[in-house]
Design a protein around this ligand. Structure first.
Ligand SMILES: NC(=O)c1ccc[n+]([C@@H]2O[C@H](COP(=O)([O-])OP(=O)(O)OC[C@H]3O[C@@H](n4cnc5c(N)ncnc54)[C@H](OP(=O)(O)O)[C@@H]3O)[C@@H](O)[C@H]2O)c1
Length: 331
């Protein structure tokens, strides 16, 4: 029997990336989509070839035919609606950040355990082969001892109506994209930061953070990164060991229809002798959905469990506190 997914909200990420990635599986299907507006839900259902549409999120959550819910609502609604789904006995894959406080992630863990369902945070990058290989190379010592991680992630979006620029919706650079360098640094090192220091610029109209620079002290290395919602689109992650440097070329928005690559440089500053490892075309949203569904069916762990989300969220909380207080914050 196919497992049935339902989607809360006709969000851009759902309609453009996640739902198309899930088509054609023998194991599962997207059966329904809900919107605050029934016409919008119907239009999204027609566009995406989905059978059922609902004029409220509650109707989808109450539908016994739906087994797994994908929650791509604005950030401030993640915890509230994920909780409603859990309480209705649904498994939930929730978009990042799954909550805007670690206390809220703990509430989700308690509800998940009470109701015996699977809940995961949609950090799809963690399922992409380029990140699995990066982690393997670093942890095997292929770069020599790792001492430094450098990262950057930016785009330009100054639309006052966009959820990323609305403070009350959990907008801002750190919650939207700063969570990725934090998450991938933790993933690759297998460590948690001991302390963080952050400098943040807030937009005077939006009230959201539009530029953030962060230093994280890990037990074995330092990680520094900057993120911005008002800069030229750019994304890169570098891992520097004593012998080699590894660069993930499209770390976060890896395209599904092009090869991706990581480049390893043994210290050639002219960059003439660089080893390139290529990865076949693959859709990280598809791998994420496949793995999440398998965990539900077979009872294993979801790709990014809530225990990981607690740790990631604590780092983001510390980043904001550090910027506010102008000091290092220990974790
Ligand atoms: N993993 C990734 O690669 C990735 C990429 C982009 C975004 N995301 C995450 O996905 C989530 C959605 O991002 P998005 O760019 O797709 O956003 P979006 O297009 O603005 O979609 C958000 C949806 O939430 C619903 N909604 C409910 N209450 C709302 C309110 N008060 N204001 C606005 N929308 C409301 C709307 O659906 P209805 O009108 O149909 O009810 C809307 O379509 C965010 O949490 C973001 O962090 C993840």
């Amino acid at each position: 029997m196919k497992l049935n997914w339902g989607v809360l909200g006709a969000a851009k990420i759902a309609v453009e990336k996640v739902i198309p990635a899930m088509s054609g599986s023998e194991d599962y299907q997207v059966l329904g989509i809900a919107s605050r507006n029934l016409e919008k839900a119907k239009a999204a259902a027609v566009k995406s070839g989905i059978q059922k549409s609902y004029g409220s999120y509650e109707e989808l959550i109450a539908d016994p035919d739906i087994h797994i819910v994908y929650n791509p609502l604005p950030n401030h609604l993640h915890t509230e609606y994920t909780l409603k789904c859990i309480e209705a006995g649904k498994h939930v894959l929730c978009e990042k950040p799954v909550a805007l406080s670690s206390a809220d992630v703990e509430r989700l863990i308690a509800a998940r355990d009470k109701h015996g369902v699977k809940v995961g945070e949609a950090f799809m990058v963690r399922t992409h082969p380029q990140w699995l290989r990066t982690r393997e190379l670093v942890q095997q010592g292929a770069l020599g001892r790792l001492h430094l991680i450098q990262g950057a992630f930016s785009y330009f979006n100054a639309d006052p109506g966009n959820i990323r620029n609305i403070e009350a919706y959990g907008g801002g650079a750190m919650w939207d994209i700063g969570c990725y360098p934090v998450n991938t640094s933790r993933f690759v090192t297998g460590e948690e930061p001991e302390k963080v220091l952050a400098l943040i610029r807030f937009d005077k109209d939006f009230g959201t953070d539009t530029l953030a620079s962060v230093i994280m002290q890990f037990p074995s290395c330092q990680a520094v990164f900057s993120v911005s919602t008002q800069l030229v689109p750019y994304q890169r992650m570098h891992f520097l060991g004593e012998k080699k440097e590894l660069e993930v070329m499209i770390p976060f928005n890896a395209p599904k229809d092009k090869e991706t690559s990581i480049r390893i440089n043994s210290g050639d500053i002219l960059q003439q002798n660089i080893e390139t490892l290529s990865f076949n075309e693959c859709d990280q949203y598809r791998i994420q959905a496949d793995e999440f569904t398998r965990a539900v069916r077979e009872g294993g762990e979801v790709p990014v469990p809530l225990e990981d989300a607690v740790a990631n969220t604590k780092v983001l909380e510390a980043v904001f506190r550090s910027a506010r207080e102008g000091n290092w914050v220990s974790l």
